[in-house]
Design a protein around this ligand. Structure first.
Ligand code: SF4
Length: 488
């Protein structure tokens, strides 16, 4: 049998992008070849997201398009990984008969064996335990295997100079519309020592920007207050919270930007607000999904806060550091959402003045409390109207806020060649790309982010990717700042 050549396609959130890096690490450690070009592959892996019906439909549609290729290339293995794999299990083949392999988020370390089994025509499925039957303890084995892969992980080439690090897995919040607590299991915080060791190693390999990840990362609570040097005395006698972890991670020599996402408003504490002011390298960016501005809707969503409490959290953060950019997610058309409820959401947006927001139309997910309890009663046309209106409002406020940057010089972390005209690709880690057109300056257009995560586009040498530079801003739109690189 010819050696496996594996291609990975990733959908969904940062957690999934980190899963993608872990999959690469696991496969490379097993001696497999991971290829950029899907046409060269004989194993196609899809890392999937089950949070929204639209994302699931897109994955199933893309897998369905492989039918002709499967006929031409009989040994081709198609693998479904991540949240959808856990949600559907082996039954996924009823909806996607081309799938040969399913692997849950906690079982990624088993992938080499699963691929070998699927290529030999044997059943290939590895799922996480059911959280109902077995609780957090049952996830210990898969967490240990993932920790081992995370600790071995080398800095990925996806965005040079930056890395995601898992602080906690799973979720216990049970927002009524969400499948994550069912597919990613109970909330488990990683040992501080393991997280800090991974941060040090990735920064040692060249990462300048680290993002600590968790579904509700501010609920981080680790039992053992010990760091790598065994300093049990630091925070001895009480659990570590996220502020402790940030304080220690920010000490890492060579680190210049630290983010933590995603934050749940109900658990956001003043102590964490103060890290924006007190801890060097913590960037002024808070992703804290509000989801709605109407208390009745928030209650049905089981979010655990009111709109007034959300505004209090934002005020707390901005009184610690006024320039913190707050970003959010919103769901429009949740069951029972009235026109007055939608107006309350628009009011919240006007009061907070978000730097950006993702707006989603509600879609019922099977097995969630919302899908069981309430009819999906907001007509699709109305959902579309609210979606468009809210996006337009968010963008008009972001455009106004971005005007304040015109004339200023900002520090930009350069992520990639700008995808201008849809031609550019991310750098391959060696600082070369043939696709991005050169500008009049003789340099290609680059894309990066301010510390508050606003997108900046400017002309500069490709060698800047993965590093920082100063850019003077001369024009701003709702989504992008345009500027000129400053000589350092
Ligand atoms: S906090 Fe709510 S929306 Fe976020 S992952 Fe947990 S259950 Fe889902």
């Amino acid at each position: 049998m010819e050696p496996a050549r594996i291609h990975i396609t990733t959908y969904g959130c940062q957690m999934n992008r980190l899963d993608s890096e872990l999959v690469q690490e696991v496969l490379l450690a097993a001696g497999a070849e991971v290829v950029d070009d899907p046409a060269r592959a004989n194993v196609l892996l899809f890392i999937t997201c089950a949070v929204r019906a639209h994302a699931e439909d897109r994955v199933f549609s893309n897998i369905g398009k492989l039918a002709a290729r499967k006929r031409r290339q009989p040994g081709l293995v198609v693998g479904l990984l991540g949240c959808m794999a856990q949600e559907h299990g082996p039954a996924v083949r009823r909806r996607a008969p081309l799938v040969d392999l399913v692997c849950a988020p906690g079982r990624l370390a088993d992938l080499p064996d699963l691929i070998a089994a699927a290529r030999a025509g044997r059943p290939a499925a590895a799922l996480d335990p059911s959280r109902d039957a077995s609780g957090a303890a049952a996830f210990a084995a898969s967490d240990a295997a993932l920790d081992a892969a995370e600790i071995r992980r080398t800095l990925g080439p996806a965005v040079p100079g930056q890395a995601y690090v898992v602080a906690m897995r799973g979720c216990d919040n049970f927002c009524s519309y969400c499948v994550v607590p069912f597919v990613r299991g109970p909330e488990r915080s990683r040992e501080p020592a393991a997280v800090l060791e991974e941060v040090r190693r990735l920064v040692g390999q060249g990462a300048r920007q680290i993002t600590l990840l968790g579904q509700a990362v501010n609920q981080y609570a680790a039992a053992q207050g010990r760091d790598r040097e065994g300093a049990a005395s630091w925070r001895a006698g009480r659990r570590w919270d996220l502020a402790d972890l940030i304080e220690k991670a920010a000490d890492t020599p060579g680190l210049s930007r630290l983010y933590f996402i995603t934050n749940h408003p109900k658990a956001f504490q003043e102590r964490l607000a103060r890290v924006f002011r007190d801890v060097p390298h913590v960037c002024p960016y808070l992703h804290m999904p509000a989801q709605s501005g109407a208390d009745a809707v928030l209650e049905r969503m089981n979010r655990g806060y009111t709109a007034a409490e959300y505004l209090d959290r934002v005020a707390m953060v901005r009184s610690a550091r006024p320039d913190v950019a707050v970003a959010s997610d919103f769901i429009v058309g949740f069951p029972g959402e009235t026109e007055a409820d939608f107006a309350a959401t628009c009011d919240l947006v006007r009061r907070v003045r978000f730097s950006g927001a993702f707006v989603f139309k509600y879609s019922p997910r099977p097995a969630t409390p919302a899908a069981r309890r309430w009819a999906d009663d907001v007509p699709d046309a109305e959902k579309r109207r609210r979606h468009g209106a809210l996006l337009a409002l968010v963008e008009s406020i972001a455009a106004e806020e971005n005007q304040a940057f015109v004339g200023r010089t900002v520090r930009v972390f350069v992520e990639e060649l700008s995808p201008r005209g849809g031609q550019a690709r991310r750098l391959n880690g060696r600082g070369t790309s043939s696709a991005n057109p050169q500008s009049a300056t003789g340099n290609p257009q680059l894309r990066g982010r301010t510390p508050c995560r606003r997108i900046v586009v400017f002309d500069g040498p490709p060698t800047l990717v993965g590093g920082e530079t100063g850019v003077q801003i001369h024009r701003a739109t709702a989504l992008t700042l345009f500027g000129t690189m400053q000589k350092t």
